[in-house]
Ligand binder design. Structure first.
Ligand SMILES: [Fe+2]
Ligand SMILES: [Fe+2]
Length: 292
């Protein structure tokens, strides 16, 4: 029953494997054939815009990370700097190219650091706070990468149905293969912290409060229009009719690690609330690729 403990050496090996097996995707490896641009544009403009922007915003994520985790460990640094960031930027570049090929505007990337991050950063020199931030960083990373895995899988299927084989295989298919390794890194790192009892009960309590009060889905940056745009992604990928399943898929790890499956919790309720709200906002406001 007992699972083997996760060690830093095992995480290090995982990252090395990602580096060896998944070099950043090259733009010239992409087949840019599009069968029916108007149809792809009509159905998937919000999806492609959102994915491209979030992938390109990784540079901001790195700045945020350095703000909240000034004493970053070697394994974390190796992952985000040498492996994760170059891979994600390449995802963003080929998706951005796809947008332009489809006649859509390129992504409107936001690279500032939100106030709340600066606040956490100001406290980050306190080791007890930094441990909380580190757990939240892993949990956020895991939820984000899991959303990417699920979204790219669904998108691949939909493109195949439309006969857009070049996009599905050489763009989305290539990206899709790199996301599970990112998820695994965050999953292993968060699990290691919990298994080793790094956080005292009060720190876990603070982590839960921060998550409950401050939860935001990937790329929404606490902005209503970006939340609506994410709703457009959920509708475009047809997750809006099965949000609970999606929330379970994305939030399962966090329920297990942070809430210890409290009362049989399958996913933290704030996941589903945030998803519902984004779909509602999309129905109210529609999609806008360049909010003020
Ligand atoms: Fe990615
Ligand atoms: Fe990723």
């Amino acid at each position: 029953m007992a699972r083997p403990l996760i060690t830093t050496t095992a995480i290090m090996e995982h990252v090395r494997k990602l580096e060896d097996e998944h070099p950043p995707i090259r733009l010239d490896s992409v087949d840019r054939t599009i069968v029916n641009a108007p149809v792809v544009r009509e159905r998937f403009a919000p999806v492609i815009d959102y994915l491209a922007r979030v992938e390109l915003e990784v540079d901001r994520n790195v700045l945020e990370l350095l703000t909240i985790l000034p004493g970053v460990s070697e394994v974390d640094r190796y992952f985000y700097q040498d492996v994760w960031q170059p891979q994600e930027v390449a995802h963003g570049v080929i998706l951005d190219r796809l947008q332009v090929d489809l006649g859509l505007p390129p992504s409107n990337v936001f690279l500032g650091i939100p106030m709340r991050m600066k606040f956490l950063g100001a406290l980050a020199h306190l080791p007890a706070i930094q441990e909380i931030s580190r757990l939240l960083y892993y949990l956020t990373g895991a939820a984000t990468e899991r959303q990417a895995v699920v979204a790219y899988s669904r998108f691949t299927d939909q493109l195949n149905e439309l006969g857009e084989k070049a996009i599905s295989q050489t763009i989305i298919g290539q990206i899709k293969r790199q996301e599970p390794g990112h998820f695994a890194f965050y999953q292993m790192s968060a699990t290691q912290m919990i298994q080793d009892g790094v956080l005292a009960p009060w720190q876990l309590f603070v982590a839960r409060v921060l998550r409950e009060k401050g939860f935001a889905l990937v790329g929404t940056n606490y902005e209503k229009q970006l939340e609506a745009n994410l709703g457009g992604v959920l509708v475009g990928l047809e997750f809006d009719t099965e949000l609970e399943r999606y929330a379970k898929d994305v939030g399962r790890l966090e329920a297990k690690l942070l809430w210890a499956n409290k009362n049989g919790m399958e996913f933290p309720p704030y996941f589903l609330e945030a998803m519902r709200q984004s779909v509602d906002l999309y129905r109210e406001r529609g999609f806008n690729p360049a909010p003020a």
